[in-house]
Write a protein that binds this ligand. Sequence first.
Ligand code: G3P
Length: 199
Amino acid sequence: MGNLLWIAIAYVMGSIPFGLVFARTFCGVDPRTGGSRNVGATNVARLCGTKWGVATLLCDALKGALPVAIAMSFSDSAFFHSLTALAALVGHLHSCFLGFKGGKAVATTVGVFIPLAFGQLVLAGIACLLVIWRSGFVSLGSLTLVTALPVFLLVYGKWKLLPLALVVMALVYWSHRENIGRLARGEEKPWQKKHHDAA
Ligand code: G3P
C-alpha cells in the first residue's frame, strides 16, 4: 500500500510543468503555442533564453531524481525503483495538470537515472552532447541519450535496470515522433536556427 502511494506521488511530482510555469511567469509566453510547442527545457530556452531553459532542465530532472532517490531509501527492489521512475516520467508525458498532455521526458529521464545509474548516465550524456555539438539537433541528441543508456547498462551488467531503460527508450522515441519525421525529411531545424525563428 505504501509503495503504491509512493508511485502515485511520483506521478504527481512528474506532472509539475516547470517549463510552462517558468515561461509563463518570467517571460510571459506559453511554450505550448510557440517554437516546437513543447513544454520542455529546449523549447523554453528557445522562447525565453538559456537561463530559463537551464532552470527547466534542472527542475524537470529534479522531479524525476527526487521520487526515485526517496524510493531507494526505503526499498531495495529494483522493480519498485523502476515503477517509481516510470510514474514520474508518465507524469511528465501525461501531466494531470495539463489535461494529460505534457513534454518529451528527456530531462526527467536524466533525473530518474541520476540515483539509479549515474556512471552510465554520464557516458550516455557525453554521447548525447557530442551528437548535439556535431549535428546542432537537440532532438537527435535526446534520441542518442535514450539509445545509449540501455547499451551502457548492458555493458556494465546493470540488468535489473534494462527493462526500465528499454521502456524509456520507447516512450522517448514516441514523444519525439514529430522530430523524427522532421529529421528524416531534413526539415528539423538546428537549435540556433529555431531560436532565431522563434524570437
Ligand atoms: O528534450 C526535447 C528535445 O529533444 C527536443 O525538443 O523542442 O526541439 O522538440 P524540441
